[in-house]
Design a protein around this ligand. Structure first.
Ligand code: SAM
Length: 310
């Protein structure tokens, strides 16, 4: 059947405005495949009819569903295992040596999807830090559906088969029907919240020692990447590290980061020193920073309450 060109253009404008995800011409097949289940669930003949229905002023839920459906939530346990090995072997000792022990180590999984990255980090940190040292992980994503799954911590056998070592399965999971449930011990240190990276970050974000921003910048254009990286720098604790996906870099995008090789891990740290922050230690958005709304693209800011929530 296919998706009509005006419907495709409307969807790609919506998705770009709300999430900054770029859907180039040629991605019609993706729009068709992702929106067909929504159209069927709504009892409509096809994707074009669903898109036209979503254009009504009152169809907020449909517009939100379209944006969520066009996020790509691919993830797995300890994705890119060498990254986690180097995090454990090279980055963590460095972080711990640099830090006083009076506050928990704070890690942000900034495109958390269904939570495997955040839970992988929690398993590793429990093992490495022991009971004496506390840590907090915040997992955020734009898509409510994946966040709900992350909060539940319930995974299918097929999901568990993707990268979870057997010893962690035994230690941190319990059988739940045909799937697996993560233990309260893992969940205790993690919060999952909604946050749109393409909108100004919400006030009250704490300063993070490590930001995992992996496999999400690839969906954005360069001005959006620049805006996000600049904001990320402002929520990094002094001495903090940024970890990107293996196909991602700050090079040629944001000169405010420098690359440091740690074993197999490419880590980035701010070069201009920490941003002055209020005495509470909370991150702030200085007025000099252009917001996603004023960035060249997306043309206008998000409007579906997908913005910056936490
Ligand atoms: C491919 S997954 C990456 C998951 C995990 N970081 C990993 O590397 O395995 C990308 C995630 O980014 C999220 N995402 C896309 N655009 C976003 C935005 N503007 N703000 C926050 N999250 C976004 C998607 O919903 C999706 O769950």
């Amino acid at each position: 059947m296919g998706v009509g060109s005006s419907e495709f253009n409307w969807v790609s404008d919506l998705v770009r405005r709300e999430s900054a995800i770029v859907l180039q011409p040629g991605k019609e097949y993706l729009v068709e495949a992702r929106l067909l289940p929504l159209a069927r669930a709504a009892g409509l003949a096809g994707v074009d009819a669903y898109v036209r229905a979503a254009q009504r002023p009152t169809s907020l839920a449909e517009r939100r569903a379209i944006v969520e459906a066009l996020t790509t939530n691919e993830t797995s346990w300890f994705r890119d295992a060498t990254v986690f090995a180097s995090f454990r072997r090279d980055m963590l000792p460095r972080l711990l040596a640099d830090r006083m022990v009076h506050r928990p180590l704070r890690i942000w999984s900034a495109a958390a999807s269904t939570g495997q990255e955040a839970y992988s980090l929690a398993m590793l940190l429990i093992e490495e830090l022991g009971p004496a040292r506390r840590f907090e992980i915040i997992g955020t994503d734009i898509a409510r559906g994946v966040l709900e799954r992350a909060r539940q911590g319930r995974y299918t056998q097929m999901e568990v088969n993707r990268g979870l070592p057997a010893r962690y399965l035994v230690q941190y999971f319990q059988r739940a029907g045909t799937g697996w449930q993560v233990s309260p011990e893992l969940q205790r240190n993690i919060q999952f919240r909604e946050l749109n990276l393409a909108a100004p970050f919400p006030p009250g974000l704490p300063a993070f020692d490590v930001v995992f921003l992996r496999n999400v910048l690839i969906y954005f254009d360069t001005p959006t990447k620049q805006t996000i990286l600049r904001r990320v720098r402002q929520v990094m604790a002094p001495g903090g590290w940024l970890v990107l996906g293996t196909a991602e870099t700050t090079r040629g995008i944001d000169d405010g980061f420098e690359l440091v090789r740690m074993g197999d891990l490419s880590a980035y740290r701010p070069v201009c020193g920490p941003v002055t922050r209020p005495p509470s230690g909370q991150a702030s958005e200085p007025p000099s920073v252009p917001s996603a709304r004023s960035a060249p693209t997306p043309a206008s800011g998000p409007s579906l309450q997908l913005s910056g929530r936490i």
